[in-house]
Design a protein around this ligand. Structure first.
Ligand code: ATR
Length: 310
């Protein structure tokens, strides 16, 4: 079925895109094009498979072609920090760029997003990097799982890119205690050091909580374990019983229910998958480009249909 489209493509149509490697299974075009149509914008959102070695020329080409902006996914988020002309506070704070907005100078010399130049766009354009992932994590934990983060005790599995941003963001929200578990323990230790430096009031432990009665408010999986059918659980069930977590969140959204979420549900725990994160990072990126409130429910419906079918 055809997605709801705005006006037919024409010479004034403006473009955004997601760049990744791989990119074929991205649900972002379905979500963002539904939103653009709902907002009545003569814009389109595309997807491009871009090798990391080509990211710089792609950004340069898009600047020359007056793209509105980009989303970046694996493996570009760290690399892009060094390739954009300027970093928004969000990108500086969270150390990764998942959204780029192109901006031109107006007659007063002020940088403005390209949406503010409906007719002719000045030649001097800069790329500005943002991070919308970090806020999306906590928004999804609150809205989709009902977790109160301030004062919470959290077990975080995974200290890679996504896990690192999640840990820092949770610390910034005032969680009381964080347990960090990662296959490569050195990464969890490095993350602990960064959290302790930036958010000294958060108690951080590398490893599982000691056996006992202490209940945790949240177990968060930020590893890639669960993406494939035979991956098994991302945690050591001998060392931590799912009954000790009040709520369980898995950043993985394909499959809709990982083995972890199934096991958590089986013992009566509240669960949510990472589709909310994908939705909210996209909604905020759209707002950064358009200056309009994102039609979140339109985006959610398009996303769910694209990922899980009608
Ligand atoms: P992302 O950007 O999605 O976070 P990443 O930075 O590659 O991707 O992180 C992947 C996470 O999944 C890491 O925590 C990784 O553990 P390591 O730091 O030890 O690599 C974890 N992970 C991936 N495969 C795993 C496996 N087979 N067992 C346990 N953890 C795994």
């Amino acid at each position: 079925m055809l997605e709801p489209a705005g006006k037919p493509l024409n010479a004034a149509t403006r473009y955004c895109a997601v760049l990744g490697h791989p990119i074929r299974h991205s649900a972002s075009p379905a979500m963002q094009n539904a939103a653009l149509a709902a907002l009545g914008l003569d814009w389109r959102y595309l997807a491009f498979e871009v090798h990391p070695d080509d990211l710089r020329p792609v950004i340069e080409g898009a600047r020359a072609m007056k793209f509105i902006g980009f989303n970046l996914t694996v493996p570009h988020k760290l690399l892009a920090r060094d390739l954009v002309d300027s970093l928004d506070e969000t990108a500086k704070t969270w150390g990764a760029v998942n959204t780029i907005r192109f901006e031109a100078r107006d007659a007063q010399g002020k940088w403005r997003p390209l949406r503010d130049f409906p007719e002719s766009i000045p030649r001097e354009i800069r790329s500005r990097g943002f991070n919308t992932d970090a806020d999306a994590i906590t928004r999804s934990l609150r809205e989709d799982l009902g977790v109160k983060l301030s004062g919470a005790k959290v077990l975080l599995l995974g200290a890679g890119g996504a896990g690192g941003v999640a840990a820092l963001k949770l610390a910034s929200e005032g969680v009381a205690e964080l347990f960090l578990v990662n296959r490569t323990e050195a990464k969890a230790c490095a993350l602990k050091a960064e959290i302790t430096r930036r958010f000294p009031s958060v108690k951080v432990t590398v490893g599982y909580p000691k056996p006992g009665k202490m209940a945790l408010d949240l177990l968060l999986n930020a590893t890639s374990l669960g993406l494939k059918p035979k991956d098994g659980l991302p945690l050591d069930a001998q060392k931590f019983s799912l009954r000790r977590a009040r709520a369980v969140y898995d950043m993985i959204y394909r499959p809709a229910e990982t083995e972890l979420l199934q096991a958590a549900k089986a013992v009566g725990r509240r669960t949510a998958n990472g589709v909310g994160m994908l939705l909210y990072q996209g909604a905020r990126a759209l707002e950064i480009w358009t200056g309009k409130a994102a039609p979140v429910e339109v985006m959610r419906a398009a996303l769910l249909k694209n990922i899980y079918g009608p």
